[in-house]
Design a protein around this ligand. Structure first.
Ligand SMILES: [Zn+2]
Length: 463
């Protein structure tokens, strides 16, 4: 298995530190608001990484933190007129609801920063002892000039960072890239006692402390969005290595940006969507398909057209499973032949190559087509259906397959819908567009949605 390691900017053979086990850490949300669809890409993709590693037989320990103390939370608490703690609680709940709605598995550990304040103070004390941290009037900074490896992940050089720094940079700092380890509390802000006076830890410290503690030292995979490479992950590495001379993690994975209709997502452009907004319009599997249809390191463009196509693709999978009457299959007694094993091997080869989910999806299409092929013998179609669901579940699809497929339709109703589709086709052939559209619209009013495909028309019950 090969993973692209941001640290060395190349694909590398994946060798976990402990045979048969993978320990991974994914940076989680700052809980001051609902998370946006760009964050959803990271959460969803690394969920797939976890599922795939499990499919390959690894025991995975998955940690994702919650940043529950930070400037943004304090601002939001003023805006909503509530305590910082109640803001955190409100958005932790919302985060977990939205993650579940997206079909993302819960992490094994979900540590909150405020539960680790003492451990963070211990780390900062250690950095002070080592001479890489300094205090100025109640604030403590990490001195990047004292850590030789600074910039190794982001490939930035200290003098370039100095040149690029803004003029109005903090005068307390020895170097503009020095970052806050401990922040002195202003009146009315949440605060904890420390050797430097009352205050709170900086954001970059929590991930080092929580990951090392819960994953027991150096771990395998540290992951997050590309925007976290600098400064967040760079700063994590600096603290970890300066404090104990050991790498924090062996593989650094980062997913690409998300654009909206070609533009950068921003509140000022009015194209800012939360995952919650999008889930009102598209179901979780459509969103999952959309993200996985592109390689995780490439930027992805969020546009309506691609979402509509993603929805059709997922419907197509279900349609084929419906045609084979999947729920009535005796799966235990269906065994694969070399045909299915070949597709499975190809799927694994694609995923082993730095998680090429786009290619992996193409094998689901192949299987789905083979399930639908009436000229294939029934046994063969059933075997393909079983493999479709097995591999689909590795990517996180088909988790509610029973409910999705159990639509209280009797055979007669299905036949009637097929008949309407046939009449609509005839109307189209006679150029009677009005009637064709009316059939489609009337069916829609009954909750039956038609999807025209190259090979014919599929239908779907939408409520
Ligand atoms: Zn982090």
């Amino acid at each position: 298995m090969k993973i692209y390691n941001t640290m060395h900017r190349q694909k590398e053979k994946f060798v976990p530190r402990h045979a048969g086990e993978v320990r991974m850490y994914v940076c989680g949300p700052t809980v001051y608001n609902y998370f946006h669809i760009g964050n959803a890409r990271a959460f969803l993709f690394f969920d797939v990484v976890r599922r795939y590693l499990e499919y390959r037989g690894f025991k995975v320990t998955y940690v994702q933190n919650i940043t529950d103390i930070e400037d943004k939370l304090i601002e939001q608490s003023k805006k909503e007129g509530k305590s910082v703690r109640s803001i955190a609680q409100k958005y932790i709940k919302a985060f977990n609801e939205d993650i579940a709605a997206l079909g993302i598995k819960k992490p094994d550990f979900q540590p909150q920063a405020t539960q680790y304040i003492n451990e963070m103070i211990e780390l900062i004390k250690k950095l002070e002892e080592k001479g890489v941290a300094y205090q100025v009037d109640g604030d403590v900074y990490f001195s990047v000039s004292e850590f030789e490896g600074y910039g190794k992940l982001s490939h930035k050089k200290l003098d370039e960072l100095k040149a690029g720094a803004r003029v109005e940079a903090n005068k307390q700092k020895k170097h503009p890239a020095d970052f806050t380890l401990w922040k002195k509390a202003k009146p009315g802000e949440p605060k904890w006692e420390s050797p430097w006076g009352t205050g709170r830890p900086g954001w970059h410290t929590e991930c080092v402390v929580m990951s090392r503690k819960l994953l027991k030292g150096t771990f395998d995979i540290h992951a997050g969005g590309i925007d976290l490479i600098f400064p967040h992950h760079e700063n994590e590495i600096a603290q970890a290595e300066a404090s104990n001379n050991k790498p924090l993690a062996n593989y650094w994975m980062h997913n690409g940006y998300l654009n909206i209709e070609g533009a950068k997502m921003s509140k000022s452009l009015n194209n800012f969507f939360t995952a919650r907004d999008i889930l009102k319009k598209y179901d979780a599997e459509t969103i999952r398909f959309f993200f996985l249809s592109k390689h995780y390191r490439s930027p992805i463009d969020f546009n309506e057209q691609i979402l509509v196509e993603s929805k059709q693709a997922v419907n197509n999978f279900y349609q084929s499973l419906k045609e084979i009457d999947f729920l009535s299959l005796d799966l235990e007694n269906i065994s694969y032949t070399n045909e299915q094993k070949k597709v499975q091997a190809d799927f694994i080869a694609a995923m082993d190559d730095d998680f090429n989910t786009a290619k992996a999806l193409s094998y689901l299409f192949e299987l789905s087509k083979k399930v639908k092929k009436q000229q294939f013998n029934l046994e063969e179609r059933r075997r393909n259906a079983k493999m479709l669901v097995e591999l689909g579940q590795v990517l996180g699809f088909f988790s509610n397959i029973e409910t999705k497929l159990e639509q209280n339709l009797n055979e007669t109703a299905e036949k009637l819908i097929e008949l309407m589709i046939k009449y609509r086709l005839e109307a189209k052939k006679n150029k009677n567009w009005q009637l064709a559209d009316k059939i489609r619209d009337d069916l829609k009013k009954l909750g039956i949605e038609l999807h025209d495909q190259k090979e014919g028309t599929d239908w779907e019950i939408v409520n």
